[in-house]
Design a protein around this ligand. Structure first.
Ligand SMILES: Nc1nc2c(c(=O)[nH]1)N[C@H]1C(S)=C(S)[C@@H](COP(=O)(O)OP(=O)(O)OC[C@H]3O[C@@H](n4cnc5c(=O)[nH]c(N)nc54)[C@H](O)[C@@H]3O)O[C@H]1N2
Ligand SMILES: Nc1nc2c(c(=O)[nH]1)N[C@H]1C(S)=C(S)[C@@H](COP(=O)(O)OP(=O)(O)OC[C@H]3O[C@@H](n4cnc5c(=O)[nH]c(N)nc54)[C@H](O)[C@@H]3O)O[C@H]1N2
Ligand code: SF4
Ligand SMILES: [Mo]
Length: 772
């Protein structure tokens, strides 16, 4: 029997007794591990359904690994609450609408508002799935460019902006992020990350457990520094508690120990390092007073441990230091990121096999473009937010400034908002204030798949296709992967006839905002607009290439609008590309389509000095704005440590705020609990199962049940984020049954790392009392 598998070149076919099935490959779009999946699909055409999901053992990168969330993709496909049609709010209630009605509503309301209040009156919030969906990620850039608003806010300032800023300042590009070469590493020191639950972040490393196990089997050593003895700590050789928010002291103490023990031996890196104010001597002088003993008193990691860790780091030829959320979402997040890299650099482990290395992505990697070895570097603060004066970083303001920019009158006040796959009401500190602010908007559009805590405030909601209905390629994560690879997934299921892709929704609004003639009309020629933008892109990227050649390239990319030809362009022009025929055997979209399990591009290779894009052409080891932070460090050093602080927690069966509506993941024990050391519980007269009230310094409180474990450092309570699904107005039937509490209602939106604008989400003081 033959089956129609036109959209899935990778299909292998089986004739089952009842309905025919086929197996197709697909990259999981849920988290940064980007695992390759094998889906069993039954039926054809409109009757096609995914009936089983497992790991693709032949995947060149993930080799069959999956976590429980992959299976829940089926729940997501079937979730009755997932939106399939646009919604428009009429008299305070959402009603289903056609695409033309939804876009007509936007065309009717948005341009007049901007005509009166100006471009900055329209704000954007961009959430995590923008980096997990091909069409969203590429076309949201088109939308932002068309809008020209300064008021862009994203999950980056609740997450990795410090890491990106450190990279921008040190290496010249915010996506020049070194990642541990775990497959060749023998000593891995990890701070504030729990890849056993998160599956890795700013480090695409599917099957962390397997890779860590292999490292230990070859005699390697894993050390975890975390205020909780996490799932990752449980498989490590060493775990050390750290007082939350004090990574800066530990890292300064360790750097002091590097110099003090004469371990600063950068080797070949020496020739790439800047000199003078941002060089090694400057760094050595800067850390001179931060002795391990002094730092130990504040961070809780003994001085001898600090010294031993750096001795081991320096003595291991193949070693890496890595940190994530726990050390990023702190007052000194950017400084921490620089200090981590400084440790790797001084001990000679940057850009070296088994150390931290720079991936070489096949597509979209800006750090492979331009002149190798030198560039413009990264500037911040080109504009400042209107109310708090927070500097722009990567074209964004801190998400914690969103509410005040809506609340505060005057020129430039935000009057309208487009949220794209973003749920700041649960994800950002002081979510209640954000919800209140969203109510004051004159107009709000959400490009989202749920009616949830944030999108309920929208006037129009535009849902996209399901991930199975769309092609997939990870734009960001090959730039952060522990091995170079390129993998593309064709759509698995045909799109519903009345559905519209997210790229189409975004592009239609972009056309409207650019004032394209007829963009407000239902018959606007979106494909022609897409053609024009592609031609513009090509002209920019292929500057200097003769016109005839550009025309030939354009033709080679095909006439089908949408993200796939942008991908084809990026692949073909990329470092592994076929250069439109100039490099036979190079990558193109067709080449990837012919390789359903992906193309392996080999282990990470040294990229210095080619990768640098700093104006000096060197690594800025100790960037000036970061050096200036030490005065603030000294001030905090004098403050007495708080009695109890809260930190975040991730669970492998949850994903930020939006997967709590999927039955497969929602079952099992209650996950939104306050996890406390038994000694702290006794001190507060609390027992396991009691409900407690946590009060934040900003005067707000949340209530939730307590679980006890000595895996918690005394003086620290751990609470997961992304819960609090009890808000009237959301449509999340399963999640509402066990809503949990919103950690971010407690956190203080005034606390952030001033350099990167990133919120302080960890190590925030709280008080605890038993609910009576
Ligand atoms: N206290 C505390 N707060 C935190 C964190 C923490 O550790 N502690 N972590 C922070 C981090 S790292 C992050 S990244 C942020 C995340 O912050 P957000 O990005 O705001 O949160 P998500 O839960 O990822 O929300 C995703 C939104 O996208 C929608 N969505 C899901 N899939 C799709 C899709 O395919 N298309 C569209 N259009 N929409 C989709 C969901 O319905 C939801 O509204 O949270 C941050 N908040
Ligand atoms: N299952 C699941 N996977 C996810 C997500 C999810 O929500 N669920 N979210 C995804 C997203 S958006 C991201 S950004 C990544 C994040 O990936 P990770 O950074 O690995 O995230 P976490 O598991 O929150 O690990 C952070 C660790 O930091 C510790 N910590 C807290 N405060 C401090 C501190 O002050 N110092 C130190 N040294 N440690 C501290 C916490 O106890 C915790 O163990 O995960 C991604 N993957
Ligand atoms: S770890 Fe789980 S959620 Fe993340 S990509 Fe792999 S299967 Fe998907
Ligand atoms: Mo994140």
């Amino acid at each position: 029997m033959t089956l129609a598998t036109s959209s899935t070149g990778a299909a292998s076919e089986h004739a089952g007794s009842a309905s025919p099935t086929r197996v197709v490959q697909r990259i999981c779009p849920l988290c940064e591990a980007c695992c390759g999946l094998s889906l069993t699909v039954s039926g054809t055409g409109a009757h096609a359904r995914v009936i089983a999901i497992r790991g693709d053992e032949q995947d060149v990168f993930s080799h069959g690994y999956v976590c429980p969330k992959a299976v829940a993709l089926k729940d997501l496909e079937d979730d009755p609450d997932r939106l399939r049609h646009p919604l428009i709010k009429r008299d305070g209630r959402f009603v289903e609408a056609s695409w033309n009605e939804a876009h007509a509503e936007i065309a009717r309301r948005l341009p007049p508002l901007l005509a009166v209040h100006g471009r900055d009156a329209l704000a954007f919030t961009l959430g995590n799935p923008n980096v997990h969906r091909l069409g969203l990620g590429l076309y949201v850039q088109r939308l932002l460019r068309a809008a020209g608003s300064r008021n862009v806010f994203s999950a980056s300032t609740l997450d990795q902006m410090p890491r990106q800023l450190a990279s921008g300042w040190m290496y010249g590009h915010p996506l020049t992020v070194p990642v541990p070469d775990i497959d060749h590493c023998d000593f891995l020191l990890m701070l504030g990350a729990n890849p056993m639950a998160s599956n890795g972040s700013m480090w695409t490393v599917p099957d962390f457990r397997g890779r860590a196990k292999a490292m230990r089997a070859r005699g390697g050593h894993l050390v975890v520094i975390d205020p909780r003895r996490t799932e990752t700590a449980a498989i490590a050789d060493e775990h050390h508690f750290i007082r939350p928010g004090t990574d800066v002291f530990l890292l300064l103490g360790m750097l002091h120990a590097v110099f003090d023990q004469a371990l600063a031996q950068p080797g070949r890196l020496g020739e790439f390092l800047s000199v003078g104010d941002s060089g090694i001597e400057a760094l050595q002088a800067a850390v001179a007073t931060y002795t391990p003993a002094r730092m130990a008193a504040r961070c809780g990691v003994p001085a001898e441990t600090q010294r031993a860790l750096v001795r081991r780091l320096a003595a291991s030829p193949r070693a890496a230091v890595y940190s994530r959320i726990g050390s990023s979402t702190q007052r000194f997040g950017t400084l921490n990121s620089v200090l981590i890299d400084a440790l790797n650099i001084l001990t000679g482990h940057l850009d070296r096999e088994g150390g931290v290395m720079f991936p070489n992505a096949a597509a979209f990697a800006a750090n492979t473009q331009g002149k190798p070895g030198v560039g413009r570097g990264m500037a911040t603060g080109r504009t400042r937010s209107r109310v708090s004066g927070a500097p722009e970083v990567l074209g964004e303001y801190p998400t914690s400034c969103l509410a005040e920019e809506i609340e505060t009158g005057g020129p430039g006040q935000i009057k309208a908002l487009i949220s794209v796959a973003s749920n700041p009401v649960l994800s950002a500190p002081n979510g209640a204030r954000i919800a209140q602010a969203l109510r004051r908007l004159d107009f709000m559009v959400s490009v989202d798949i749920y009616l949830n805590e944030t999108t309920q405030h929208a006037d129009v909601i535009l849902p996209g296709l399901s991930s199975f209905e769309e092609p997939h390629y990870d734009v960001s994560f090959p730039q952060l992967s522990c091995r170079n690879h390129a993998r593309y997934s064709p759509p698995v299921l045909p799109a519903r006839p009345d559905a519209q892709s997210e790229w189409q929704s975004l592009l239609r609004i972009a056309a409207l905002l650019r004032g394209e003639p007829g963009a407000d009309l239902p018959d606007f020629d979106l494909a022609a607009f897409d053609d024009r933008l592609l031609a513009d892109d090509l002209r920019r990227q292929a500057a200097g290439v003769p016109d005839e050649l550009q025309a030939a390239m354009l033709k080679a990319l095909g006439s089908a609008p949408g993200p796939e030809r942008l991908l084809d362009l990026a692949l073909r022009a990329g470092p592994h590309g076929d250069r439109f025929g100039q490099k036979p055997g190079g990558l193109s979209l067709d080449a990837l389509k012919a390789a359903p399990h992906g193309v392996d591009l080999g282990a990470l290779q040294p990229r210095l000095p080619e990768i640098l894009r700093t104006p000096s052409g060197r690594i800025e080891l100790w960037p000036m704005p970061v050096a200036a932070e030490l005065a603030a460090v000294d001030a905090v050093l004098l403050e007495p440590p708080p009695d109890l602080v809260v930190v975040g927690r991730r669970d492998v069966r949850s994903n930020n705020s939006w997967m709590h509506n999927l039955p497969t993941l929602a079952k099992g024990p209650e996950r939104c609990t306050a996890l406390l050391n038994p000694a702290d519980a006794a001190r507060h007269g609390v027992q396991a199962g009691d409900r407690v009230r946590l009060h934040g310094t900003a005067g707000r409180a949340i209530e939730l049940p307590v679980t006890l474990s000595d895996e918690m450092m005394p003086g620290v309570v751990s609470v997961p984020h992304g819960w609090g699904h009890d808000q009237a107005g959301a449509r999340l039937g399963v999640a509402a049954q066990r809503p949990g509490a919103n950690l971010n209602d407690l956190l203080d939106d005034q606390l952030r790392d001033p350099l990167s604008g990133t919120s302080v989400l960890n190590g925030v003081p709280v008080t605890l009392s038993r609910c009576v």
